[in-house]
Design a protein around this ligand. Sequence first.
Ligand code: VGL
Ligand code: ZN
Length: 194
Amino acid sequence: MHYDRDTALVVVDCQNDFADPRGSLYVQGGEEVVARCNAEIVRAASAGAFVVYTQDWHPESTPHFEKDGGIWPVHCVADTWGAELHPRLLVAGPSVRKGVGGEDGYSGFTVRDPLTEATSPTGLADLLAEAGVGKVVVVGLALDYCVKATAIDAVPAGFSAVVLRDATAAVNLQPGDDDRAVEELVSQGVVVVR
Ligand code: VGL
Ligand code: ZN
């Protein structure tokens, strides 16, 4: 990928619970994704491009978790090891935390109140606007959840969006969720490249 000052790299949820095999919601291939993200981070940062990170950041109880009525094992609880960025991930910019107030949702741009369904912004759009970019490159975990939702939300927020599939990995709750995520991305105007 080519980076310049009009382009930001958005590194989604490269946290221990997703990227480390000991994590509670380990995504197969997570460590490889960290290495591939690092290569992009080096490229982006050396071109002077803005690099920004997201972190899934949940309270101990949230309707996002299976034990509280959702579908996921407990993961990325605020201020725990699982919520930390993977120790090998290069950090070259700010991080946006999502779900802090127990909200649900997957996008790095917005979270959703589980009771009212109202969405509120996370601050990512503001950071990108301050950086003055028109284009975002999205990488990280997981392709079929937070990478997909973040890239799709970037389009109505006014950015052109590219997903680097080789710098992602999918949860694949159902086999083929990865390919379906790519189809959905493309149908929403996101460019998906290897
Ligand atoms: C994610 C499942 C639950 C993700 C977050 O980062 O893709 N997936 N919470
Ligand atoms: Zn989550």
